[in-house]
Design a protein around this ligand. Structure first.
Ligand code: CP3
Length: 355
């Protein structure tokens, strides 16, 4: 395996000094890129892209060919895990992800088990290995999974939801059943992330997209405690380096101190809080990743530079910042604006270190 040429991302996650603020973008490989849409059309559909390692490798590298980003992220989806549990994932046009067999019956929940990641999810590990070969040490590769609670939301609702009625009904009326699902998901995520690390992922991120819809008490009991167990179960070192972990709860800003206390190396932030204030709240406990409003990319080059500088200046000249958006990049983003952003983040952060 070739030596890593750009390790700024991994160093920033460990709160070590870097010459500039490293950055990547959530959903950096996606529909805002015409080359992604072309590959997806060739594949036929999104799931085929995920399940074909050569195509997953091709799309993972597309944003890196355009922009000097500091990390690559495995091209896949969080819902491959419940798919491997037998729920039957499909994507209906314009409706997002759906499951053929949502989890509602007690006997199905009792029967649920964690998939062997090298068997049913072998295509993901093949993609990780293939992407590592293709990257050839240029930047590190991030592996990821959904959080147990976010996966459970999709598994119980059968798809996306506005009100989470089914899972919250279970949470309040049969918490034992929800805990049973979360136990299985936790085992599945630990095994899945460790398999990605063994296949070559150099950092891992847990996406808790729906934990922010919970009450503070329920967040601790049904989401954060399980993420804490995952972090404790992860492989910590590989290829002679730490494999840092990042947790991201969208809408979790109120619980920042709690999120910073579960042992993860970094916490991802959405755009609803000031990153400088977040840093003061967590001190030196964790690195922070974020947190530009994805819609800022719909502005002008001038406003994009201003907003990027606002985030960097607010964080301050202090180690431990990975620049990112506060959520996934929108499919309506103009790819030229991403160029403006990457250039602005790198040059502005170099300038404030020199000042
Ligand atoms: O960041 C990256 O570039 C890596 C790839 C990645 C995808 N999904 C690709 C994708 C990652 C990290 C995810 C995570 C994911 N998937 C999350 C957590 C992050 C978040 O957004 O909160 C969630 C909740 C999902 C489930 C999911 N997958 C949804 C809700 C959708 C439809 C939303 C949409 O944008 O239409 C997907 C599909 C999906 N996953 C696409 C991509 C590029 C679009 C598929 C396509 O039509 O080509």
């Amino acid at each position: 395996m070739s030596a890593l040429k750009n390790d700024t991302f991994l160093r920033a996650l460990q709160r070590q000094p870097t010459e500039y603020t490293p950055m990547w973008l959530m959903r950096q490989a996606g529909r805002y890129l015409p080359e992604y849409n072309a590959t997806r059309a060739r594949a036929g559909d999104f799931l085929t892209l995920c399940k074909t390692p050569d195509l997953a490798t091709e799309v993972t590298l597309q944003p890196l060919a355009r922009y000097p980003l500091d990390a690559a992220i495995l091209f896949s989806d969080i819902l491959t895990v419940p798919d491997a549990m037998g729920l039957g994932l499909y994507f209906s046009q314009g409706e997002g992800p759906r499951f053929e067999r949502p989890l509602r019956d007690e006997w199905e929940i009792r029967d649920l088990s964690a998939p062997d990641p090298t068997d049913k999810l072998g295509y993901v590990m093949d993609a990780v290995k293939s992407i590592r070969r293709a990257l050839d040490g240029s930047v590190p590769l991030i592996g990821f999974s959904g959080s147990p609670y976010t996966l459970a939301c999709y598994m119980v609702e059968g798809g996306g939801s506005d009100d989470y009625r089914h899972i919250k009904t279970m949470l309040y009326s049969r918490p034992d059943l929800l805990h049973r699902i979360l136990e299985v998901n936790t085992r599945a995520v630990i095994d899945y992330l460790n398999a990605q690390i063994e296949a070559g992922a150099q950092a891992v991120m847990i996406f808790d997209s729906w934990g922010g819809s919970l009450t503070p008490h329920a967040y601790r009991e049904f989401s954060l405690d399980y993420m804490e167990r995952i972090v404790a179960g992860l492989i910590k070192e590989r290829e002679g380096r730490r494999v840092p972990s990042i947790i991201f709860t969208k809408g979790g800003g109120n619980w920042l101190e709690a999120m910073a206390g579960i042992g993860a190396d970094a916490v991802g932030l959405d755009w609803t809080l000031d990153i400088g204030e977040a840093r003061r709240r967590v001190g030196d406990k964790v690195a922070l990743q974020g947190n530009l409003d994805p819609c800022a990319l719909h502005g002008t080059p001038e406003s994009i530079r201003t907003e990027a500088a606002r985030v960097i200046d607010s964080y301050g000249n202090h180690p431990g910042h990975v620049f990112n958006l506060g959520h996934g990049i929108s499919q309506f983003t103009n790819p030229d604006n991403v160029n403006v952003l990457v250039e602005a983040v790198h040059s502005h952060s170099r300038a404030i270190r020199a000042a």
